[in-house]
Design a protein around this ligand. Structure first.
Ligand code: GAP
Length: 456
């Protein structure tokens, strides 16, 4: 079996070879902390975001109060009025401690709290500060928000920031959503979108990037019910990852300690995943109890009344917020790492065992040989299936090579038309994970895929 380090290297190589993830601007030497999704990766990530939106927004689970959870979505701008970030605290407080190395030929920049995890650029067998040539500065605070300017003049008055999280767009629209819909507390607002952080040390493939996507929910409830909702979202989110294939022993819910918790927060669980690049589980998603900190901050800064009036109890209050905040790219990386499998008994040992809902290609259709009426049957099945699912038709190469290619892309089913198909109208279905083959009637292919796909 591969060692921890080489497993990650193999995953990165497969991602590039099969068009899941490329380095951004690769032909110019790349750019640190930015990544592109290729034809396979874009389908995979879209499936993850669609599954999240479907399971959290369009078809949310039943809540602890026995009712279907009320959820609506928004899609806010990346650049917002800078006052948003002053109110939220990001303008002054969204910073990491940074250390520079003054040594000629190094000029490295490191996050002070991660210096023991990164190699010294001049002597990679040591960490910064351990090599006698290192000249490290004291740590200083470095704000992670990317700056830009809105308008023709690049001055302080026109300064704007690229959002470092999607959450604030939701808080800033809380009143708009309440006024324009019939939602009643408890309810949630969800958003999927890009966020930008000028990370000091982007690393571990896409895990810590400078541009990434978040899938965030701000769930508004009465404070008296807030711990019940926090537990509900924590458990719901862990189950979501498991239902889509992350093994329970690779997932760890970790409660933040009192020291880690923000001053306004009663509780926060980090849902962590055992990525192959680390011996310790790493954060995939945080489920935080945020009190009414954000709405209160925006109420104070904007001077607008952001309170909620409950028609039934006649009570006016600022809702408490539960925030399940996930990274779409981190989730994608976790599903890629989980799917990556080496099976030495196969001629091509590397395969990706994606859950059928997440697999970029749901099925491949193969005529066993490219003659004897088999292509005609195959093309007809392919034309029917592609109206509903991403599927591929491949009439070339040996059947073993075609199976191996699909296994490596994570395609769960291969439908093969052979000599018997013309006689009795059946095709073989080969299962990616077991290699087992069974026969189904050619008219049942779509129904078969629908059953395997589960929720859609
Ligand atoms: N609104 C709360 C918030 O943004 P966070 O823990 O800073 O909380 C939430 O971010 C999630 O966003 C993380 O759990 C992670 O999945 C993802 N994320 C954060 N920074 C990231 C980065 N630099 N690269 C990739 N994903 C990141």
């Amino acid at each position: 079996m591969a060692t921890t380090a080489t497993k990650m290297e193999k995953i990165v190589a497969l991602c590039r070879r099969r068009g899941f993830i490329f380095q951004s601007s690769e032909i110019y030497g790349g750019i640190n902390g930015f990544w592109d999704y290729g034809p396979m990766g874009v389908e995979l990530k879209r499936n993850i975001k669609d599954a999240w939106w479907h399971d959290c927004v369009r078809n949310p689970p039943v809540g602890p109060d026995g009712r279907e959870v009320q959820m609506v979505g928004v899609d806010c701008s990346i650049i917002m009025n800078p006052k948003v970030w002053e109110a939220s605290g990001h303008a002054t407080g969204f910073a990491d401690p940074m250390i520079d190395c003054k040594t000629e030929g190094c000029k490295g920049r490191f996050r002070a709290d991660q210096i023991g995890d990164v190699p010294c650029p001049l002597k990679p067998s040591k960490h910064p500060g351990q090599f006698d040539k290192c000249q490290l500065t004291e740590a200083r605070q470095f704000n992670l928000m990317f700056e830009s300017h809105a308008g023709a003049i690049a001055d302080e008055a026109n300064k704007v920031w690229l959002r470092p999280e999607t959450a604030q767009g939701i808080f800033a629209n809380f009143k708009n959503v309440c006024d324009s819909t019939r939602v009643k507390i408890p309810f949630g607002i969800a958003q999927i979108g890009k966020a930008f952080r000028n990370e000091i040390n982007p690393r571990n493939f896409t895990f810590r990037s400078r541009e990434f996507e978040q899938m965030e929910i701000e769930f508004f409830c009465h404070d008296k019910d807030s711990m019940m909702w926090w537990e509900f979202w924590r458990d719901t989110r862990i189950n979501w990852y498991q239902n889509l294939g992350l093994a329970s022993d690779h997932l760890r819910p970790r409660n933040q300690t009192d020291k880690e918790l923000a001053h306004y927060s009663k509780a926060c669980t980090d849902i962590e995943y055992m990525f192959p690049f680390s011996d310790e589980p790493q954060e995939l998603e945080g489920v935080a109890h945020r009190g009414c900190f954000d709405l209160n901050a925006h109420k104070e800064k904007s001077g607008k009344d952001l309170s909620y009036f409950d028609d039934e109890t006649k009570e006016r209050f600022l809702p408490t917020v539960i925030e399940p905040s996930a990274g779409a790219d981190r989730a994608t990386l976790a599903f890629i790492c989980e799917a990556y499998t080496e099976d030495p008994s196969r001629p091509s040992p590397e395969l990706m065992k994606f859950h059928p809902r997440l697999a970029p290609i749901k099925a491949a259709v193969f005529p066993l040989v490219n003659k004897d009426g088999m292509p005609e049957i195959g093309e007809a099945i392919f034309r029917e299936l592609k109206k509903h699912y991403p599927v591929q038709y491949d009439p070339k190469a040996s059947i073993g090579k075609r199976y191996a290619r699909m296994d490596e892309a994570g395609t769960p089913f291969c439908l093969t038309i052979d000599g018997q198909s013309k006689e009795d109208g059946t095709v073989t279905v080969r299962d990616r994970d077991t290699g087992a083959q069974s026969r189904i009637d050619k008219t049942r292919c779509l129904e078969f895929l629908r059953e395997k796909m589960g929720a859609s």
